[in-house]
Design a protein around this ligand. Structure first.
Ligand code: KG4
Ligand code: ZN
Length: 342
């Protein structure tokens, strides 16, 4: 039996969880900072770090007590060490190291993105590999060809904004609230997505680009210089939201299906906060089905940031001997670029 305590603090959620043998969730504690950041309309890194500092101890204690375990019954401590806000990451990494030193329990440093890809294992533990993974979150939008839970080749990524970032910025332009993704998804529900059209951009296979559409929305609602005030009615705003969402979903869907076809992989898994998006779930599932492929989405609670995915992936990592020592560092950005033939 392998019981792992997972810790996650890369952005604005302080989270801890205990998972047994990679898929059995014994506890899942997430303390969101949404309320704190709403006043600023976005995540303020310094505020996030201070909030993690206050929450980390109680959150870890709660994860252990909800699992009905004490630290000495834990086999490994896994922690997100990259990528994310460096100060935020440091809080989780320092906590994990301190617990590891004090208890002698081994440490596993986890890449947050790999965690997002692992999240589907909780709902679909028997999914076969290879699989095409689409990770779409507030900080990342990437496609991977995955050969196992811990073996991922990057096929492409965003050349500018992440998909979630685009949702958040456009929601801000449309004054829909923070965090933007869920609000925009809700506003667009039931609207005709063809009423307002935004140009789709397809950079080199299999990259994404979302900054053009963000500017397109800004000019559409605030005039050519983007400086006018928002004078649209709530119905018109909802139509712009639906048109924007449809364009982003089309771009994500098309590149993902292309990647799956090119690599002859009939399975697609989606992860990250944007995997909650209702339209993406419908359209990507339908597009995959049309091509004879399967598309998998984790339950929403495992799409957004959580520590279950971190404690979960530690299991295959431990089997592969991927433990960390005390030199484990908080790494804000891991700049992966796809390797392409000339
Ligand atoms: O994975 P996540 O919790 O944090 C990062 O690792 O970035 O993703 C958060 C992102 C935010 O940009 C949020 O607006 C977006 O996921 N998001 C959504 C939806 N729910 C969350 N975007 C579109 N539609 C949603 N329903
Ligand atoms: Zn994330």
């Amino acid at each position: 039996m392998f019981r792992c305590l997972g810790i996650e603090s890369s952005c604005d959620e302080t989270a801890a969880a205990v998972v047994e043998d990679g898929t059995k969730v014994l506890s899942n504690v997430v303390k969101s900072q949404i309320d704190i950041h709403t006043a600023f309309g976005g995540v303020v890194p310094e505020v996030a770090c201070r909030s993690h500092m206050e929450a980390i101890g109680p959150v870890v204690e709660k994860a252990l007590s909800e699992a009905d375990l004490t630290l000495d019954q834990i086999d490994a401590i896994a922690v997100t060490h990259a990528p994310g806000l460096v100060g935020a990451l440091l809080v989780g990494v320092s906590m994990a190291k301190a617990l590891s030193v004090a208890s002698g329990i081994p440490l596993i440093g986890v890449d947050h993105i790999y965690g997002h890809m692992y999240a589907n294992r909780f709902a679909f533990p028997d999914t076969q590999y290879p699989i095409i993974n689409l990770v779409v979150s507030g900080g990342h939008s990437s496609l991977y060809l995955s050969r196992s839970e811990i073996d991922h080749d990057l096929l492409g990524s965003t050349v500018d904004d992440a998909a979630g970032e685009a949702f958040d910025k456009v929601a801000k332009i449309l004054e829909l609230g923070f965090p933007g993704g869920p609000h925009l998804d809700k506003a667009a529900r039931g609207r005709d997505p063809k009423k307002v059209y935004f140009k789709r951009t397809y950079p080199e296979e299999f990259d994404f680009s979302f900054s053009g559409i963000k500017t397109g929305v800004l000019y559409h609602v605030r005039g050519q210089k983007g400086k006018g005030s928002l004078t649209l009615s709530p119905d018109e705003i909802a139509d712009v939201a639906a048109g924007f969402q449809e364009a982003v979903v089309d771009m994500l869907t098309k590149q993902t299906i292309r990647a799956a076809k090119k690599h002859s992989v009939p399975r697609i898994a989606v992860g990250g906060g944007v995997a909650c998006n209702s339209r993406l779930r419908v359209k990507l599932t339908a597009a995959a089905k049309k091509e004879g492929m399967e598309a998998y989405f984790p339950p929403p609670k495992y799409c957004t940031d959580n520590a279950v995915m971190i404690a979960g992936i530690a299991w295959p990592m431990s089997k592969a001997g991927l433990y960390s020592d005390l030199s484990l560092d908080a790494v804000p950005t891991k700049v992966y670029r796809a390797t392409r033939p000339n």
